[in-house]
Design a protein around this ligand. Structure first.
Ligand code: COA
Length: 259
């Protein structure tokens, strides 16, 4: 499958997915969104895919929504405008729901929807010089479609500060509010991403997928209200082929088959 604004490099179970529209700092319009939706659909059905590294080509990770694409919506009817926005929301949801692990590799800037893309990654590694921001209000719009993914990461308090002001902030601040997991010198970005890839490849693929399903089901719920879900989850996983293989491998002091 070929994409207009994405490049893909596959290394066994790891896919390096790069936003490739560097002339506009990987801003995304309807074509980039279509590419990402099509990619996510394929990736979600790829049983051999275990880790995705999402990066940006050129100077920055992503400058978010393409301002020209947003501006031209004034020429659309309301229903068409809503339909177009839903396509973007579907794209974020599709990446967020992938069963494999997704690592965000952030350099330069992740602004507006670029910070939204970071929020749908499971692990985000940022170079220390990168800047972040939910800058939409500065452009007279708002971070609506990304809010369901950003809020669970940064919480209501940080969202009230950052969504309202649209202020830009450092990678270290992004780490302090939970949007980023590791901030490293620029020269160590790829080595740090590689270390996370190694960690993820030593974990069972089905256990990673099950953990990703579990987290949003349990988050914000009372323990007694999710007792059935959590019991069902471990009861299923520990008798699964990978559950059995992992437990036996530990007891037999050997590496599990997936590693
Ligand atoms: N939408 C459309 N075009 C964008 C864009 C966006 N979100 N972000 C950058 N571009 C374009 C610029 O208009 C410029 O086009 P030109 O070459 O025709 O003038 C080109 O990309 C390069 O941008 P420039 O600002 O010169 O690059 P830079 O490397 O100095 O800075 C950023 C990069 C990302 C820090 C800066 O472009 C920026 O702040 N962009 C806006 C990000 C934003 O607020 N996004 C939220 C959108 S809702």
């Amino acid at each position: 499958m070929s994409y207009r604004f994405l490049t893909i490099r596959r290394e066994g179970p790891v896919e390096h997915l790069t936003l490739n529209r560097p002339d506009v700092r990987n801003a995304f319009n309807e074509d980039v969104i279509d590419d990402l939706r099509a990619w996510a659909e394929r990736a979600g059905n790829d049983a051999w895919l275990r880790v995705v590294v999402l990066a940006g080509a050129g100077k920055v990770f992503s400058a978010g929504a393409d301002a020209a694409w947003m501006a031209k919506m004034a020429g659309y009817g309301h229903d068409e405008n809503v339909q177009d926005a839903r396509a973007a929301a579907d794209m974020f949801r599709a990446i967020n729901a992938l069963p494999c692990a997704v690592i965000g590799r952030i350099h330069g800037a992740a602004l507006g929807g670029g910070s939204g893309l970071a929020a749908v990654c499971d692990i985000v590694v940022s170079s220390e010089s990168a800047i972040f921001g939910f800058t939409e209000t500065k452009l007279g719009i708002l971070p609506a479609m990304i809010s369901p993914f950003v809020l669970p990461k940064i919480g209501v308090s940080a969202a009230r500060e950052l969504f309202l002001t649209g202020m830009r902030f450092t990678a270290e601040h992004a780490r302090s509010i939970g949007l980023v997991h590791a901030v490293v010198p620029d020269a160590e970005l790829d080595a740090t991403v590689a270390r996370y890839v190694t960690e993820l490849l030593s974990a069972a693929p089905s256990a990673i997928a099950a953990a990703k399903r579990l987290i949003p089901q349990v988050w914000g719920q009372r323990p007694e209200d999710v007792a059935d879900i959590t019991a069902e989850a471990i009861a299923t996983q520990r008798v699964s082929p990978e559950g059995q293989e992992g437990l036996r491998a530990f007891l037999e002091k050997r590496s599990p088959a997936w590693a």
